[in-house]
Design a protein around this ligand. Structure first.
Ligand code: RUB
Length: 273
């Protein structure tokens, strides 16, 4: 495959969410940039997903830092997050997660491999079902997983179906902003329910997802929600991909910089940027 063809294939994969999650998107986009390192490539790659500061940050860094240094960051940050998450999980815990976040799944798999006994409840994450990817990866690693439909979030968190009450929520993030984090739609609701039920919610995220500026919430095609709805149908469908989880709902954020309250994290990360 030629470089242009490979670049286009990656771009298509990001646009169509075959490549998904902030970390995977940023990593693949960086690789695509390495194939055709021009300003136009940066513009094109950034335009593919509107809610991804890590994508922007990584491509900005590529102008002054070596690609090797940037690629190494993804792994070193993940390794730090893994170790910190290991310290947070206790035997018998029921961990809840939503969508598919590599920062979360890698940390859970690491913790399992290091010998902790816990189980995971997750939500399927309509309309694209990234929850299935999470459940499959975790199950493959020997973690007990129970998947719920999104609207059973409250039932799942509280064990209302006869299961156990969730002990900790771990979710990823696309953007780390002043007012809170942006993550997959549903995250705001999880935050409110977790707070109401005194379940600690942790955000697991590489600090390179920080953005001092607002980000645009991606609105995706209604066809993802209702495949055969005719284009001229009078029914309007909203399909926001992400939403804000306000910082008051976050117990702590786990990043490669440590485990911090969200306000403390912001102070540290602002100094570094
Ligand atoms: C994925 C999603 C993930 C974050 C963090 O949404 O919301 O929680 O991107 O992921 P989508 P990671 O499937 O629409 O990209 O930890 O992998 O960076």
């Amino acid at each position: 495959m030629g470089k242009r063809e490979e670049f286009n294939k990656i771009s298509k994969g990001i646009k169509e969410i075959k490549i998904q999650g902030a970390r995977n998107i940023a990593k693949k986009a960086l690789y695509a940039y390495s194939l055709i390192p021009t300003e136009n490539s940066i513009k094109k790659l950034i335009s593919l997903r509107s809610t991804e500061p890590m994508l922007v940050n990584v491509l900005r860094r590529a102008k002054t830092e070596t690609l090797k240094e940037i690629f190494e960051h993804f792994d070193s940050a993940q390794n730090e997050i893994n170790k910190l998450v290991f310290s947070l999980i206790h035997d018998g815990d029921v961990v809840y997660t939503h969508c598919h976040s590599t920062n979360v799944t890698h940390a859970l798999i690491y913790t399992k491999k290091k010998g902790k006994h816990f189980e995971v409840y997750n939500t399927e994450t309509r309309p694209l079902f990234q929850g299935r990817k999470t459940a499959t990866e975790l199950k493959k690693a020997g973690i007990k997983v129970t998947m719920f439909v999104d609207s059973a979030m409250d039932i799942a968190l509280m064990g209302k179906d006869g299961g156990k009450k969730v002990s900790k929520v771990f979710i990823g993030a696309d953007a780390l902003l002043k007012k809170g984090i942006i993550n997959k739609v549903g995250s705001g609701m999880i935050g409110k329910l977790a707070k109401l039920n005194k379940i600690p919610l942790y955000v697991l995220a590489d600090s390179w997802k920080y953005s001092p500026k607002e980000v645009k919430i991606e609105e995706r095609s209604f066809h993802e929600v209702w495949k055969r709805l005719p284009n001229n149908s009078p029914i309007k469908i909203k399909n926001p991909a992400f939403e804000l989880l306000k910082k008051k709902y976050i117990k702590e954020i786990v990043s490669e910089l440590g485990i911090h309250t969200y306000s403390k994290f912001l102070k540290i990360v602002k100094k570094k940027n």
